[in-house]
Ligand binder design. Structure first.
Ligand SMILES: NC(=O)c1ccc[n+]([C@@H]2O[C@H](COP(=O)([O-])OP(=O)(O)OC[C@H]3O[C@@H](n4cnc5c(N)ncnc54)[C@H](O)[C@@H]3O)[C@@H](O)[C@H]2O)c1
Length: 329
């Protein structure tokens, strides 16, 4: 059985569906601080007796122990975290406590219960400002906000847990995750939404809403920031390969997950207008502090070692996100 923390959230819920589709049994764990009970209900409907859910908090050790006492867990995929960069700068304590202490509690309980394999959601934010692009795994790691720092600390803790307790981890450093389940069962649903695509699509659904684009004078192809958008279903495929890698090789490793390509904010905006067939209100603002011009992943290592190949295009991601957004209205 696989334990998925953060299973009521955006990426975790897609992972539950994909694992169920592959025949795994899954236990979901989430405190519903950001994730939604409606998402859990959808997963239960689909998973039937192959999916169990425990509402609990990584900061409460007894909540974690309940999972290991009740189910035979073979490996963990750990998504649960807070991940708003701006909020992490205003309230770093909340981020270090939830992300670092919460993960430490989880790792301690794993070791105590002899569960020694974990796939971890890390992030491109562990690299900080790009010193070159595409960014490979050897790029210097200088995160510039508490969110990115919390994820880097966890990666370092995981190295020490490998040495001391033989706990093996695969850390996946995501770039910009986008899109939704093709059947619109789950998708990106954040009450505080900071991600580009859902925000543009919300403006497409509500004509009173204007999309604010920050910065038109970057040194990029059209002056707007360039990011690497990785489809959520492709991203999850890499998690399943990472799980298989851990089972087969029992080795710690880390990989970038992105497409090797970048799209500008303006390109994303234009594609959103094309896919929705709507004219979206656009307001151009000055640059925001701390937004690097270009972030693109080099994904060669994940391709070579995991045999991973992202298949979906930016068009696919926006189309599925749009279908999901409409289904929730
Ligand atoms: N979305 C992206 O583009 C992106 C990019 C890079 C990395 N990540 C990482 O991927 C992971 C998943 O991201 P997401 O977008 O699905 O986030 P999300 O907020 O939708 O999901 C995270 C889930 O974790 C739960 N959670 C948080 N703290 C918890 C705790 N202490 N105990 C139990 N549950 C807790 C929340 O309720 C939520 O359902 C996060 O770790 C995030 O940092 C996301």
């Amino acid at each position: 059985m696989i334990l998925i923390t953060g299973s009521a959230g955006y990426i975790g819920s897609h992972c539950v569906l994909a694992l169920l589709e592959k025949g795994y049994e899954v236990v979901g764990f989430d405190n519903l601080s950001v994730g939604h009970i409606e998402t859990v209900e959808k997963l239960k409907l689909y998973g039937k007796d192959k999916f169990k859910f425990i509402q609990g908090d990584l900061l409460i050790e007894n909540d974690i122990q309940k999972i290991f006492s009740n189910y035979k867990i073979d490996a963990v995929i750990h998504f649960a975290a807070f991940s708003l960069v701006g909020e992490s700068c205003l309230n770093p304590s909340k981020y270090y406590r939830n992300n670092v202490v919460g993960t430490l509690n989880l790792l301690d309980k794993m070791v105590e219960n002899n569960v020694l394999k974990i796939v971890f959601s890390s992030t491109a934010a562990t690299y900080g400002e790009a010193q070159y692009v595409p960014i490979d795994e050897l790029h210097p790691k200088k995160p510039c906000n508490p969110y990115g720092k919390s994820k880097l600390m966890i990666e370092e803790i995981m190295d020490d847990f490998d040495k001391a307790y033989n706990l093996k981890s695969v850390r996946l450093r995501y770039f910009n995750v986008a899109g939704a389940d093709e059947k619109t069962r789950v998708g990106e649903w954040h009450t505080t939404e900071t991600h580009l695509i859902p925000n543009v699509l919300k403006s497409a659904l509500n004509e009173n809403k204007t999309f604010n684009l920050f910065g038109y004078d970057y040194d990029t192809k059209d002056g707007t920031c360039v990011r690497d958008y990785i489809n959520v279903e492709d991203l999850i495929e890499a998690h399943i390969l990472a799980l298989e890698y851990l089972n087969k090789f029992e080795t710690t490793n880390f990989f970038n997950l992105g497409t090797n390509e970048g799209n500008s904010v303006k390109e994303v905006f234009d594609l959103c207008e094309k896919i929705t067939g709507k004219k979206i209100n656009l307001n151009i603002e000055k640059r925001r502090e701390g937004d690097p011009a270009t972030l693109i992943a080099k994904n060669k290592k994940a391709k070579e070692v995991l045999g991973w190949e992202p298949r979906k295009t930016l068009y696919d991601s926006i189309k599925s996100a749009w279908e999901y957004e409409k289904s929730r209205k």
